[in-house]
Ligand binder design. Structure first.
Ligand code: SF4
Length: 349
């Protein structure tokens, strides 16, 4: 179970009682309800602090509740469930100067011997393994790393190229920890919950990827899903080639706000005799786009995963930036979505 560590937060607030008098608490779906208990614990702890909960949806560490923070005149935003988004100094300087404290939340489930045996059998003959995790499953990552090393596998843990992320840690849009060891490994094992992180690793590296799904205690081979998504993206790109009028979407969300990239897309489209209109939105979903029936497709500069995981929710093509770069010939499809041949033992499955 993922559980907010209330004691840790109270300790932090007590230590900083003279600095933070107004706080906004923020958590993603699934954790948000636990903020009620924390709210109560803060009131009962006798710390003289005003507490507010951001009730808005949260999509990741890129999506900080600055709006709520500004409205409530907060001294700090306390964000649960993620580590710091690897943003640049330039990005942070453009945002309201409210400090953000990140509290990752860890799953406390045990790794069973049964799950480990299933993992050994799924890895099969591969010996050089890149081990990765999403932050909630760091405790299980440590256990599995030890077990795999004891079994004689060569384990590689990538440094990653993004500030704020730990060794071996990936998030939905940053898989530097996988990329840096790509040439050394035959397969990746991703310790996570759900297919989201493992799919990103598999799609952007083309390397055989196995997911250890801690919540369901199951092992998944991502090859088939990756091939399916790759072919859908390729098909959407073909459709996009025929389009003349694109909406270029900019999200208002803190670290998803990419106006200069949108301007670049707009320029590139008009240069090619196509039309591009920049739309600034709060939350991107198929319903808000229904108000623009004249647009034939979209380029979204918000979150790259919208054009991967949610690709089928949108009837019209909706490209992310890397897909747009393929569309305009600045990148090759294989370069963005490579595919490495698998060992025979995996192909037989
Ligand atoms: S994958 Fe998308 S939602 Fe997640 S951190 Fe990256 S931009 Fe944000």
């Amino acid at each position: 179970m993922l559980k907010i560590n209330i004691e840790e937060v109270l300790r932090f607030l007590k230590e900083n009682r003279n600095i933070y008098k107004k706080i906004v608490l923020q958590a993603p779906d699934g954790l948000r309800n636990q903020l009620l208990k924390l709210y109560e614990a803060i009131l009962n702890a006798g710390i003289n602090v005003e507490v507010y909960i951001s009730g808005s949806r949260n999509f990741g560490a890129c999506d900080i509740a600055y709006e709520e923070g500004v409205r409530a005149n907060a001294d700090i935003i306390i964000h649960f469930g993620h580590t710091q988004f690897p943003y640049s100094e330039e990005q942070i300087n453009k945002l309201p100067q409210i400090p953000v404290k990140y509290f990752p939340v860890y799953d406390d489930r045990k790794v069973s011997e049964r799950l480990l045996h299933k993992l050994y059998s799924e890895i099969g003959e591969y010996r050089n393994i890149g081990l990765l995790y999403s932050v909630q499953y760091y405790p299980q990552f440590k256990v599995i790393r030890k077990k795999l090393e004891e079994k004689g596998f060569n384990i590689f843990i990538g440094e990653g190229s993004s500030v704020g992320l730990g060794r071996g840690q990936v998030i939905g849009c940053k898989i530097g920890a996988a990329k840096t060891i790509q040439d050394k490994v035959e397969a990746y094992v991703v310790i996570s919950g759900g297919k989201f992180h493992a799919l990103g690793v598999s799609l952007w590296t083309g390397v055989h990827t196995v997911l250890v799904d801690i919540p369901s205690s199951r092992i998944f081979n991502l090859d088939r899903e990756t091939a399916r998504i790759r072919s859908i993206i390729a098909y959407k790109l073909l459709e996009a080639e025929k389009i003349n009028r694109f909406g270029i979407i900019v999200s208002k969300k803190s670290f998803q706000y990419n106006l200069s990239i949108a301007r670049f897309c707009e320029k590139e489209l008009w240069k090619r005799g196509k039309k591009g209109y920049i739309l600034i939105l709060d939350e991107l979903n198929p319903q808000v786009l229904m108000n623009f029936p004249d647009l034939e497709g979209y380029i979204q500069t918000a979150c790259p995963r919208i054009s991967i995981d949610d690709i089928m929710l949108y009837k019209k093509p909706i490209l992310n930036i890397e897909q747009f770069m393929i569309l305009i010939g600045h990148k090759k499809f294989e370069e963005v979505y490579p595919w490495r041949e698998r060992k025979a033992i995996q192909e037989k499955k």
